[in-house]
Design a protein around this ligand. Structure first.
Ligand SMILES: Nc1ncnc2c1ncn2[C@@H]1O[C@H](COP(=O)(O)OP(=O)(O)OP(=O)(O)O)[C@@H](O)[C@H]1O
Ligand SMILES: [Mg+2]
Length: 264
């Protein structure tokens, strides 16, 4: 359903700061694929997600979604059918607005704004139900300003907002990296629960090799703008951290694996 063919992206071409961020990227995803993306600093993981989201345009190559060529489609148009959660808990929600208002905004994403901005009774009930599933007690704080929530609560809410209207593709860029280990685990479990329940096609960037193995049905490893390993199905199920480290060794670059990947 999502197909990237021979995609290249270079930042600041022809200058001293030129950086080839994506080199000949080819990926074809099936409906419901949950792909974890791993790689060292500057490997091109975020650029890949940004390119799918339309933040950056490819220099060459094509991006097809459901057989439609979206290579040059603007970001705001894609945002109607893409869900995104970033590393920073401060992004993705409006701090000065209540939990309920944030959810209502997410629910109205891409819809024509009507004169009636009021939140209906049914809507409120459905938000309460969804918040209950997070098991963070947020359903009793519907009017609370989101700025008052903890990082983990905020990421869980952002995740809910990103999936309130089923996205065609869910893009998660190290969305638990800024959380403490316990909270990160909880948000990851929630993530998997929502992805499975809604059968969401997902890219999840992580620096944690264990999580890259534990979650999803496919794993992509990136190095210096290229995909150097793409594994799925039964092969992925039997994968171990040692196998990933061995793969990184093949590129013979001590920067390919950074401390974050080892220490976590
Ligand atoms: N907007 C930009 N302008 C210029 N260079 C950029 C831009 N975005 C990314 N780059 C460069 O492209 C390369 C890939 O960056 P990217 O952010 O995709 O890496 P990453 O794999 O997400 O790394 P990290 O693990 O640090 O988040 C890096 O060398 C980066 O400096
Ligand atoms: Mg990144």
């Amino acid at each position: 359903m999502l197909k990237l063919t021979n995609v290249y992206k270079t930042f600041n071409p022809g200058t001293i700061t030129e950086r080839k961020a994506l080199i000949d990227i080819n990926i074809e995803l099936n409906e419901g694929d949950f792909v974890t993306v791993i790689g060292g600093n500057g490997a091109g993981k975020s650029t890949l997600l940004n390119l799918i989201a339309g933040v950056h345009e490819a220099d060459s190559g094509t991006v097809l979604l459901d057989s439609t060529d979206i290579t040059y489609q603007k970001e705001y148009r894609r945002s109607r059918y893409l869900g995104r959660v970033f590393q920073d808990p401060m992004m993705g929600t409006a701090a000065n607005m209540g939990i309920e208002e944030n959810l209502a905004m997410a629910f109205r994403r891409g819809k024509r704004r009507s004169l009636h901005w009021g939140i209906t009774h049914e809507e409120r009930l459905s938000y309460t139900e969804k918040l209950k599933m997070l098991d963070l007690g947020l359903e009793t704080r519907m009017k609370a300003k989101v700025g008052l929530l903890s990082g983990g609560q905020r990421q869980a809410l952002t995740l809910l907002m990103a999936t309130l209207q089923k996205p065609r593709v869910l893009l998660l860029d190290e969305h638990t990296a800024a959380l403490d280990p316990k909270t990160a685990k909880k948000v990851l479990e929630l993530t998997e629960e929502i992805i499975t329940r809604e059968n969401l096609t997902t890219f999840m960037v992580t620096h944690n090799m264990k999580n890259a193995i534990l979650y999803g049905n496919r794993l992509i490893m990136m190095y210096e703008g290229r995909i150097i390993f793409d594994i799925s199905g039964e092969e992925k199920k039997t994968l171990e951290v040692a196998d990933l480290l061995k793969k990184f060794e093949t590129v013979n670059d001590s920067d390919a694996v950074n401390d974050r990947m080892i220490l976590t």
